[in-house]
Design a protein around this ligand. Structure first.
Ligand SMILES: [Zn+2]
Ligand SMILES: [Zn+2]
Length: 421
């Protein structure tokens, strides 16, 4: 299928005029055959891939691999970080005038950042439906040890070839399912911030994304069986999540508290290195957030949720954790000025019923855990090698990894039996 991008661009009921920078997206068997036409007029295209993604695309892309220059990123543990960006910059010819990312999330982040830095375009060839970042305009990077969202280029074209991505190792597909299901809490966090602070919110973008999430949720068993048509639905929903970021201009619709959990663990502030995929960490983050949000809802409904003043920056907590790793100043800088400084607590109290109603529309945590587990996804901290006793500290600390208001951050002002505050 060819995605009709005009549907997403233009004036919207939210008052904004949404723009889409990607020119065309195909999700179909044989999509990479279009590459030849798309490269006409370019003198020096370079394919960026790694050994695994090169192998995954070899059958469908043989002619291109034979005729185009290839920059194969090498290393035992390739990450989207400053080291690998430097490696690519060193090895990429000055005359390269377009890049072709053949890979999953990491290769895309490295390519989009490089394309942006060089001021050239790139074409995306996803080798797995493993993340939602293919058309993102920002790169999720670890930069000198801190998780950063850096400006980057969106692809000019996406060639999602079902013959390639539907055959990816299932672990990658499961990671994509998890990244997608994480939109439940990211969209909720966005809506709640809108309700409480008046932050800009687009109902259309949110609806588009949640419809696509539900569509995938209804065919999870067929994705488990690697049914190509259902795999295309997953790829479509993931790409749509990226388009939502383009329409809003940042990752707000696609990244909330569940991603903050993942980012915190990636920063290794309270844990050792976790050898897990992005979606696997988001998956566990989603379940932890759903569980805590459910507790908040029940406390509000039973009248046990009191609003307390938890607006202040938790200096001691941050010094004991980020500080112990020499990252206190970085964490402080990320959070300045304090997001909750101007929060009106009596107004927040009056909005508790609205907040409970929004949480009630989320799937139940146990039901989601069952769905994800049946679909082959990770759902428990132990599966990641994270001790379960780090759960509370994770939930308290992770809202500080990004200066973005989530229900989890707001919950620092909620006190109820069993609450973290
Ligand atoms: Zn809108
Ligand atoms: Zn994600």
């Amino acid at each position: 299928m060819n995605i009709d991008l005009q549907r997403f661009a233009g004036p919207c009921a939210c008052g904004h005029e949404h723009t889409i920078t990607v020119k065309d997206i195909w999700i179909e068997p044989g999509a990479v055959k279009r590459l030849g036409d798309l490269l006409k007029g370019y003198a020096h295209p370079v394919i960026i891939c790694d050994a695994n993604t090169k192998k995954a695309a070899a059958g469908s892309m043989r002619d291109y691999f034979d005729s185009l220059e290839i920059l194969e990123v090498t290393g035992s543990d390739i990450h989207a970080n400053d080291n690998y960006v430097a490696k690519i910059q060193e090895n990429l010819a000055e005359t390269a005038d377009i890049l072709i990312a053949v890979g999953a999330g990491t290769i895309h982040d490295l390519t989009r950042y490089t394309a942006y830095a060089r001021g050239i375009n790139f074409i995306s060839v996803p080798t797995a439906a493993s993340v939602d970042g293919f058309v993102s305009t920002v790169a999720a990077m670890t930069w000198h040890g801190m998780k950063k969202t850096l400006p980057a280029a969106a692809p000019m074209y996406v060639l999602a070839d079902t013959d390639i991505f539907a055959k990816a190792p299932f672990r990658l597909t499961a990671s994509g399912i998890s990244d997608l299901m994480g939109k439940y809490t990211s969209l909720l966090d966005w809506k709640i911030s809108h309700i409480v602070t008046g932050e800009y919110y687009c109902e259309t973008v949110s609806r588009l994304e949640s419809e696509a999430v539900r569509e995938v949720e209804s065919v999870l068993d067929r994705i488990r069986d690697e049914d190509p048509e259902c795999m295309e639905k997953l790829m479509y929903a993931l790409i749509l999540s990226g388009l939502a970021m383009q329409m809003i201009g940042n990752s707000r619709p696609a990244s909330g508290a569940e991603h903050h959990v993942s980012h915190l663990w990636e920063m290794e502030i309270i844990n050792d290195y976790i050898d897990a995929l992005h979606g696997e960490k988001v998956s566990v983050g989603l379940i932890l957030c759903l569980e805590y949000y459910e507790k908040i809802r029940k406390a509000i409904e039973s009248g046990e949720c009191r609003v307390v003043d938890g607006r202040a920056y938790e200096t001691e907590l941050l010094q004991d954790t980020f500080g112990a790793k020499g990252k206190y100043q970085d964490a402080k800088k990320e959070n300045d000025p304090n997001l909750m400084e101007t929060l009106d607590l009596s107004d927040l109290e009056s909005k508790l019923p609205l907040i409970a109603r929004e949480i009630a529309a989320l799937p139940e945590s146990e039901k989601m855990r069952g769905l994800l587990a049946d679909a082959g996804c990770v759902t428990r901290m132990e599966e990641l090698g994270m001790p379960a006793d780090k759960k509370d500290l994770t939930l308290r600390l992770c809202p500080y990894v990004r200066r973005r208001l989530t229900l989890l951050r707001l919950a620092k002002n909620f006190s109820f039996p069993g609450s973290l505050y």
